[in-house]
Ligand binder design. Structure first.
Ligand code: BGP
Length: 467
């Protein structure tokens, strides 16, 4: 039997987001974004912090790992790893500090020009998210975030400016990172970071969530159309947090529950990939009596602005029981943060998504958050991370070579240690590159290679054959 392998142009790389690595939160004319007002530790969201940045508290994103000043050194390490691509985001507030200005901030634009040039020097393709939890704080305070239709115009202006500026440097784009996190409308952190809205502050949080979402779908479709107009070579994808939910048993009610929970993920990509609201969402609105304000032409716009590919993050799977809801799966282990480790679930996710949409997929996040120990000789033996990634890559390769999934690339999350999104910790690390920076704010920001660094280098060099 012939051994099949990954395509030669497979995009191996790594992923981060501006607010989790850059720091320099008020440098170069940058304005504050929603993530810049999340304090360390619990990463809580309160009314207080949406009003002002509270003096004296520690905000990990303000410094992050200072990629803003270290990007040349870091990109050199990415080149040493053999990266074919690097996924990050453009911090919206570097380009439009308040969000509603007419003219962009040239210093911010220049920063990304320089960073992209540095990547291209090593033939590393930038993969760019337009909005990775980084909406301007001013748009939240002044307009109520994505509840306002006006924010669509501001976002589209931002998208057009960066598409125009980087049209010869950046080919792969994504509109909203993990757009479906908003479906978790009961958790303030997600709504606040995805859209600048704490849904539980509203009388009808679910209806508000759908209104917000409609605005984002419209904005995404307009961005897709703008990119096509500016340079038809550019490809704009969407981005889903994909954690498959299995039925806890073969009891029909458990199976049906799993399908219902999966719709909470698919509804987002159903709109962004197919171009229309699925029947189960329309019925949900009817059932609850929700009224979602739409403008004439929106429906057609959604059909015209579908995404070219589907990017997704995959960290874990879950199980569900009809009577109890989500429940731990006894067949898999979990990380220190309770994220259930399931490599087979990645193959399952790839097959499900490919069958559903028949468009290219891109694994733009996957990884193992863990506490790392620096030995006396400076080495970091992160075998647990290698084990996690190896097992996931094996399943990914099966999805391509056995199941025939069209997969563009693989960018493990936090390729360089960065600030954890859900916890605000530095100590929840994902990187191949260690950054000497700690939860109490100490550390000199020096970079060093973990054991996984040489391992991943070998994986890329062999196009996934040496695992
Ligand atoms: C995803 C986000 C990332 C990232 C990752 C890991 O939800 O897109 O921004 O941080 O999860 O999560 P955490 O940092 O909380 O471990």
């Amino acid at each position: 039997m012939k051994e099949l392998t990954l395509p030669k142009d497979f995009l191996w790389g790594g992923a981060v987001a501006a607010h989790q690595v850059e720091g320099g939160w008020n440098k170069g004319g940058k304005g504050p974004s929603v993530c810049d007002v999340l304090t360390g530790g619990a990463h809580g969201v309160s009314r207080e912090i949406t009003e002002q940045v509270v003096a004296g508290k520690y905000y990990p994103n303000h410094e992050a790992v200072d990629f803003y000043s270290h990007y040349k050194e870091d990109i050199k390490l990415f080149a040493e790893l053999g990266f074919k691509c690097f996924r990050t985001s453009i911090a919206w507030t570097r380009i439009f500090p308040q969000g509603d200005e007419l003219q962009p901030n040239e210093e911010g634009l220049q920063f990304y020009d320089d960073m992209f040039d540095e990547l291209l020097k090593y033939n590393i393709e930038p993969v760019i998210t337009l909005s990775h939890f980084e909406m301007p704080l001013h748009l939240v305070q002044q307009y109520g975030g994505w509840t306002s239709r006006r924010v669509v115009d501001f976002f589209v202006r931002f998208a057009e400016v960066v598409f125009e500026r980087y049209k010869n440097k950046v080919k792969y784009w994504m509109t909203f990172n993990e757009i479906n996190n908003q479906r978790n409308w009961r958790v303030p952190l997600f709504g606040y970071c995805c859209s600048g809205v704490v849904f539980t502050d509203h009388d009808n949080p679910q209806e508000t969530m759908y209104q917000v979402l409609h605005h984002q779908f419209v904005a995404s479709a307009l961005a897709v159309k703008a990119a096509r107009r500016i340079n038809p070579e550019m490809q704009v994808g969407c981005m889903l947090a994909m954690s498959p939910v299995y039925p806890f048993s073969c009891k029909p009610e458990d199976v049906m529950s799993a399908q219902e929970v999966m719709r909470e993920r698919y509804l987002f990509t159903d709109v962004q990939m197919r171009g229309y609201y699925p029947s189960y969402v329309l019925k949900e609105w009817e059932h609850h009596g929700f009224t979602i304000n739409m403008e004439a032409g929106d429906e057609q716009l959604l059909r015209e602005g579908t995404c070219a590919y589907l990017g997704f993050s995959y960290y874990m799977s879950n199980a569900v029981k009809a009577e109890e809801g989500k429940i731990a799966n006894p067949h898999v282990k979990a990380s220190d943060w309770g994220w259930q480790i399931d490599p087979v679930g990645l193959r399952y996710a790839l097959c499900e998504l490919y069958e559903r949409y028949q468009k290219p997929l891109f694994i733009v996040e996957n990884g193992f958050g863990a506490y790392d120990k620096v030995e006396d000789d400076g080495s970091i033996n992160d075998d647990y991370r290698i084990d996690y990634l190896r097992a996931h890559i094996k399943e990914m390769i099966k999805a391509v070579t056995v199941d025939g999934v069209d997969l563009m690339g693989y960018t493990p999350w936090g390729c360089i240690d960065c600030v954890s999104f859900t916890t605000g910790q530095y100590s929840k690390r994902y990187g191949f590159i260690y950054v000497n920076k700690h939860d109490d704010g100490t550390g000199d920001m020096s970079r060093s290679r973990k054991k996984s660094f040489a391992w991943y280098q070998g994986v890329i060099a062999s196009n996934g054959e040496s695992l």
